[in-house]
Ligand binder design. Structure first.
Ligand SMILES: [Zn+2]
Length: 461
């Protein structure tokens, strides 16, 4: 008999050897110890080297007084104080001169401007590293990752602050680009090889927003009351657009297309805002040639088509799966839910649509004999939907041209961009907080993160 089948009397139990306790090594591995030793030895040296480079720059910058940013008059020396900030290798301290304009009383500290740092704050590469953690993980977890990965002790609130300041910079930059390109005097990137066609797919989802306008602060003795449930109407729609070149779709297996590269734009705003972003991105990429066809794939939402007229040279496509979904609704009403006949009927309709035979489908629908008023009503709805969108349902042609027929690309991109970080359980956002994080996630997913090094952090009030 196998030992575990024996009755578990105290005597039987004692005859078996006890399971051994797992053992942790007394120390980390020798190599880990060496790595840490080297780091501890050189970290102060890196800090000292950085400190002396900063001081050398201070000397060069301080040698000439600046001009006032407003009235361009030379400014007078006001005071000279020690200022510190936190960098990857430790805290830097340097004497900084403050200048003042006698005319308009404006102040400047040219050294800090030149360095792109703010006194008392996390600056430089460390700020960018903390932000990248917060862009992929919630703030609490990002703070823990900062300890593990960077050896930095920082609170979730500290990570939040850095992220807001960099996020504001990224958001501000993308908004300004939109405004710039929506002006007729703006310059687009001109490319001799503008693509023949560009695919634009658009999607949206809702984001739970904070009920309070202000962040909640706890008083000294009172506990925070529980948060109220999200009220109706406390949602905002995040809209995402995906831009890609049809020829970059590669067929990874028969019938399955995966993308080499795509660009995302997104915003927490109205339809005009997302189209302004799309417009700006296309002009920045040099993708809008005189003959470039903009292929717009959408789910039939009115706002998508209304703004599509922004592109005179366009091809509108109703997402194939939405077209089929509408057929399902009617089929289930007519043939019964989960019925095999409904499935067969939808399959036939889908095949006909794929071949571009929307008129034939419409004719067949009209000829059908229907029993219930409800089914007749559903049929009318389906006929109206297909008739209104017929010019966006020439799927055979779209496949032949390589445009694709579904908005799967945008749905997955949108999930990656928004859901993965911003729609986790219980998350609610302030408008500014959501916009800043979206702007940073776009930089990361568009492989534009390095652009953050060239943006000054913004103060947040
Ligand atoms: Zn002045």
């Amino acid at each position: 008999m196998a030992p575990h089948r024996q009755p578990c009397t105290p005597a039987a139990h004692l005859t078996l050897p006890p399971p051994p306790r797992p053992i942790l090594a007394e120390q980390p591995s020798k190599f880990i110890l060496l790595e840490r030793e080297a780091e501890e030895e050189y970290r102060p040296q890196i800090l000292a080297a950085l400190q002396s480079k900063v001081e050398a720059m201070a000397e060069a910058v301080e040698s000439q007084p600046p001009q006032c940013a407003h009235c361009c008059l030379p400014m007078g020396r006001q005071d000279r104080r020690t200022v510190g900030w936190l960098a990857r290798c430790g805290r830097l301290r340097v004497r900084v001169t403050r200048y003042r304009c006698g005319q308009c009383k404006g102040e400047r500290r040219p050294l800090l401007e030149e360095l792109g740092v703010e006194p008392g704050r996390v600056c430089g590469a460390l700020a960018r590293l903390l932000a990248v953690l917060a862009v992929v993980a919630p703030y609490e977890l990002a703070a823990r990752l900062a300890k593990v990965l960077l050896g930095v002790n920082i609170s979730a609130m500290g990570v939040w602050r850095v992220t807001q300041r960099l996020g504001q910079a990224a958001h501000h930059y993308s908004e300004a680009l939109s405004v710039y390109h929506s002006d007729s005097r703006s310059q687009a990137v001109t490319s001799s090889s503008a693509p023949v066609a560009v695919v634009l797919a658009v999607d949206g989802c809702s984001l739970g927003m904070q009920v309070q306008k202000q962040r909640r602060r706890r008083g000294s003795e009172s506990l925070l009351p529980p948060l109220p449930a999200v009220e109706e109407g406390r949602f905002r729609e995040v809209k995402t657009g995906v831009l890609l070149l049809p020829e970059e779709r590669v067929e990874s297996s028969p019938g399955r297309h995966s993308l080499v590269h795509r660009w995302l734009v997104s915003c927490l705003g109205n339809a005009d805002a997302i189209y302004a972003q799309v417009w700006a991105k296309l002009r920045e990429l040099g993708w809008l040639g005189v003959a470039t066809v903009v292929v717009i794939v959408g789910d039939g939402a009115e706002w998508i088509w209304k703004r599509a007229t922004l592109f005179p040279c366009r091809c509108e496509i109703l997402d194939f799966w939405h077209a089929v979904e509408h057929a399902w609704q009617f089929a289930q009403c007519h043939y019964g839910e989960h019925s095999a006949r409904a499935a067969r009927w939808v399959h036939t309709v889908a095949c006909a649509l794929r071949e571009g035979k929307v008129q034939a489908v419409l004719k067949r629908l009209q000829k059908m004999r229907l029993q219930t008023p409800e089914a007749r009503q559903q049929r009318q709805a389906l006929i109206r939907y297909y008739t209104e969108n017929a010019h966006r349902m020439r799927y055979d042609e779209y496949v032949r041209l390589g445009y694709g027929i579904g908005s799967g690309a945008v749905e997955s991109a949108h999930k990656q961009l928004v859901h993965a970080r911003m729609r986790q359980a219980g998350m609610r956002w302030s408008e500014a907080g959501a916009q800043r994080l979206l702007a940073l996630r776009l930089l990361l997913l568009n492989q534009d993160w390095a652009c953050l090094d060239r943006l000054p952090m913004q103060r947040i009030i």
